[in-house]
Ligand binder design. Structure first.
Ligand code: UN1
Length: 495
């Protein structure tokens, strides 16, 4: 019998009032049920929001350095359980164990960063224009944060959102992706073990349509942080208009790597293999387009095809696996659909292109790492996010052309250029339209203490990570202290 997890509401583990449940399964072996979870409803969300609201009134008064102490404890527990969490993550969503260890590490880094932020949360003091008057701006917590997260980074992304929210004095209602509920449950268990008071974090499992909507439409939720598709991001923006919530969105991408004719080709090759096929291409930051300078196009493509064909697909827990499965059947179908589209559009299929179902692979949702060459900029496979192991290769005449092709997308999360030319490197930093640019490194590899987020339709201007995320989770309050003992009218008595 598979293990059963419950929701956490006000410090108690409870089933959904609906009595319904759902399963989480292993994408490398669909017969294996990882665990079962409550399929929750709006009513369960109401209970969680009520608990979070009540807890907020106490939590906001706990000194931030004390909140930070709990974050440090969470970090310590994540360190102690890193291997167990990584193995369970591979079992639940498929990416290879070296990568799931990295995902847990990103959570650890975020916890320790939050711990230190407890002793900063800097405000500003500024001179007043009037005598005997003091002026400052301080950060205050906002209230209840609804946190809605995807399955591709089951540890990093929830921690990016929840830890700064909680450190800042807010309380949380957390709805994890229904493909990765176990990792979310394990994370919340750790947060409670570290000593968070009841109601500061609440978890409600279930689907986006039911639980997600109930959170985004809830009158008593003040903040929403969401990572997922652009379509849902737009819907959340509409839903939150009525209640004027503050919303942070992290949406689609169509990231590109440029390889110039002067690049170190071996290095660029390692970069694109990692960027395109790491996490089976299921990262917001994945390399989905490769833009090759005309002069090295043929040579680089043949190096790339050769190495791609050697990548070994398999269960991510096996040391022999380079690439794991797609997360579920529908994700693999999307990949297959785009392969069909690419062929119909006239791109040249030069590697992969099929689902992989030999031997044990038949048990899971495997798809071969796939490359299309001769892709032109108006093709759908050059423009739409696929979120799978499919790479589109385009040809550029020169540096300017390469940057124009790279920018020819409605998204703007990550980007990369391989070049030895320092002038072009600096022009790329200036001219590429994206939230993240790598020079001589792959499109993936964001570090927890820097801003993470994108421009154009990738987001709505907020950033996760580092110091920037604390602007999202706090409200600025201007405070004036007049110690003159008389009415002093600003703008009037002094001019
Ligand atoms: C994501 O794909 O949503 O830079 C997050 C990276 C990781 C985080 C990715 N550190 O690829």
């Amino acid at each position: 019998m598979a293990q059963h997890y419950k929701n956490l509401i006000n410090g108690k583990w409870v089933d959904s009032k609906s009595g319904r449940t759902f399963e989480s399964r292993n994408p490398a072996n669909w017969n294996e049920v990882v665990a079962t979870f409550p399929k929750s409803t709006k009513e369960d969300v109401d209970d969680a929001v009520k608990a979070a609201r009540a807890a907020f009134e106490k939590w906001r008064l706990v000194p931030a350095p004390k909140r930070g102490d709990i974050m440090r404890k969470i970090g310590d527990l994540l360190v102690a359980k890193k291997e167990e969490l990584a193995r369970e993550m591979t079992r639940e969503m498929g990416k290879v164990i070296t990568e799931t260890r990295g995902d847990v590490q990103e959570g650890i880094d975020t916890a320790y960063y939050a711990a230190t932020e407890g002793r900063r949360l800097f405000g500003n003091t500024v001179p007043s224009e009037l005598p005997n008057k003091f002026a400052m701006a301080i950060r205050v917590p906002i209230g209840v944060a609804g946190i809605i997260t995807p399955w591709n980074f089951p540890m990093a992304i929830p921690t990016w959102k929840m830890f700064p929210a909680i450190l800042s004095g807010n309380t949380v209602v957390f709805k994890p992706a229904s493909d990765t509920p176990k990792l979310a449950a394990m994370l919340v268990e750790i947060m409670m073990e570290a000593g968070l008071p009841e109601g500061v974090v609440n978890i409600v499992h279930g689907g986006g349509g039911e639980v997600g909507n109930a959170i985004t439409q809830h009158r008593d939720v003040d903040l929403i942080s969401f990572t997922g598709s652009t379509a849902i991001g737009k819907q959340i923006t509409k839903d939150s208009a009525d209640t004027l919530k503050r919303v942070s969105l992290e949406l689609g991408g169509k990231n590109a790597q440029i390889v110039m004719d002067d690049a170190d080709l071996e290095l660029a090759l390692e970069g694109v293999l990692w960027g395109a096929f790491g996490t089976t291409g299921q990262r917001c930051t994945a390399t989905s387009r490769l833009i090759l300078h005309d002069k090295i196009y043929d040579k680089f493509l043949s190096m790339l095809v050769d190495r791609t064909n050697k990548l070994r697909l398999g269960d991510g827990l096996l040391p022999t696996s380079d690439v794991g499965p797609c997360v579920n059947e529908s994700q693999r179908s999307t990949v297959e659909e785009y392969v069909k589209i690419g062929v119909e559009e006239g791109a040249k299929l030069v590697a992969g292109g099929k689902r992989a179902a030999d031997g044990d692979l038949a048990k899971g949702w495997f798809h071969q790492p796939t490359i299309f060459s001769d892709v032109t900029r108006e093709m759908r496979i050059a423009k739409e996010e696929i979120f799978g192991p499919v790479l589109s290769v385009l040809r550029a005449k020169n540096f300017e052309d390469a940057v124009t092709i790279l920018n020819n997308t409605e998204y703007g999360l990550s980007s990369s250029i391989y070049t030895q030319d320092v002038n072009n490197a600096f022009k790329a930093m200036r001219d590429i339209q994206s939230g993240i640019t790598y020079i001589n490194s792959a499109t993936i590899g964001a570090e927890a203490h820097l801003p993470f987020g994108g421009v154009k339709k990738t987001g709505n201007g907020h950033r996760e990570g580092g110091w920037t995320v604390y602007d999202f989770y706090t409200e600025w309050k201007a405070v004036y202290v007049d110690y003159s003992g008389k009415l002093q009218r600003a703008q009037i008595d002094n001019y």
